[in-house]
Design a protein around this ligand. Structure first.
Ligand SMILES: NC(=O)c1ccc[n+]([C@@H]2O[C@H](COP(=O)([O-])OP(=O)(O)OC[C@H]3O[C@@H](n4cnc5c(N)ncnc54)[C@H](OP(=O)(O)O)[C@@H]3O)[C@@H](O)[C@H]2O)c1
Length: 338
């Protein structure tokens, strides 16, 4: 673990932090979220640099990115991202708690035995209690069921989310990776209990467009917001792999989720051509990939991961150009469909 936190000094958030970021309403709710949010899935584990983590979150908040996304099992090891976030929160962000929108989730394997995985009431409620302790906060702004559980009755899982809101441990609830039909059922069960399905967190990028086949329409119907995760396909939709595999890249450093073999020459040919279009728009490849998702007003926010404050800033600057001409959209489509 690296605790090089002496060198970074006292933090006072920039006074103009809300001046340039744009905000969108999350479905039919009272909440506005920044169009760019930051996730702590990678680069916030115990082997990662603590100063770098602080710099990333300071850079985000200083530029109006006030939504931080976590989950019980982000690390490694599981729980580490929440622990590190808790330390950073304590050092830098405690005075700003009411300006922050913090999320956590449970649904993937977390602890041994039958109660540390999937969608039971026992797992969800115990897991959120653990997350609150690790992060040192009294409540999260949104708590998600992280993935569908085919064996637990949906009424039990949604009942747990409803109870969590009733207990004041989360202000809002969401689901992640639920297909359209299951989302509709989940929203209906919650509604009957008096809790709204506030947000859905699906994977969505230029290279993974499953949400376009029904989910976005369902969310619109329910008045539920959408936060798109892995918008850069874990780094593929940036210019970083166009000249080989950088030593510090996710594909080289951490082969758990992004395998080098997935980044094929054919895929890179597409990214190379997309990158040329991005240059013509005066944007980085990452910025164009983010802006492309935001062209749908039903996307509340795009949830990026970053390994440095520099990347965070590059992504934030996407807001300088969110519009596409029809010609640009056609060209992008033609490249993606090749
Ligand atoms: N609900 C779910 O099941 C689920 C699943 C996965 C993720 N998520 C959430 O979504 C968040 C984002 O996921 P992700 O990390 O896969 O997102 P991503 O934004 O698709 O990929 C992040 C990676 O892209 C690279 N990158 C980002 N900005 C860049 C830039 N401007 N220039 C060059 N490279 C850049 C970095 O790679 P290098 O590290 O190589 O520099 C970074 O680690 C997670 O942190 C988590 O909160 C949710």
């Amino acid at each position: 673990m690296s605790f090089n936190n002496q060198s970074i000094g006292h933090y006072e958030a920039k006074a103009n932090r809300y001046d340039t970021m744009q905000y969108r309403r999350c479905g039919k709710s009272g909440i506005l979220l920044p169009v760019i949010s930051v996730g702590l899935w990678h680069n916030f584990g115990h082997a990662d640099d603590f100063t770098n983590m602080r710099e990333i979150l300071r850079c985000a908040f200083d530029n109006g990115v006030n939504h931080f996304d976590l989950a019980n099992n982000y690390g490694p090891p599981y729980g580490a991202a929440e622990e590190n976030f808790g330390r950073i929160f304590d050092k830098d962000f405690r005075p700003y708690r009411d300006e922050l929108f913090i999320s956590s989730k449970a649904g993937w394997d977390m602890w041994p035995g039958p109660y540390g995985n999937l969608g039971s009431r026992k797992y969800l409620i115990a897991s959120l209690d653990q997350s609150l302790k690790r992060m040192g906060v009294d409540y999260v702004d949104v708590f998600y069921h992280h993935r569908p559980d085919p064996d637990t009755p949906l009424e039990e899982t949604m009942g747990a989310l409803h109870s969590i809101v009733q207990q004041g441990k989360a202000l809002y609830v969401g689901v992640s990776q639920y297909p359209a039909e299951l989302t509709a059922k989940a929203a209906a069960i919650l509604k009957e209990m008096g809790t709204k399905l506030f947000i859905h967190q699906p994977r969505y990028s230029m290279l993974d467009r499953w949400v376009e086949n029904g989910l976005m329409d369902e969310l619109e119907k329910q008045g539920t917001g959408a936060i798109a995760f892995s918008p850069l396909e874990q780094g593929i939709l940036t210019n970083k792999y166009l000249k080989g595999f950088p030593k510090k890249s996710r594909a080289v450093k951490d082969g758990r989720y992004l395998k080098k073999g997935e980044i094929t020459p054919e895929l890179l040919d597409k990214v190379r051509d997309l990158n040329e279009l991005a240059k013509e728009r005066g944007q980085s490849m990452a910025q164009m990939a983010i802006a492309w998702l935001l062209k749908d007003p039903r996307i509340t926010t795009v949830l990026v991961g970053v390994s440095s404050a520099k990347q965070m800033l590059d992504n934030i600057k996407t807001v300088e150009n969110l519009t596409f001409s029809n010609g640009e959209l056609k060209n992008i489509e033609a490249i993606l469909k090749r």
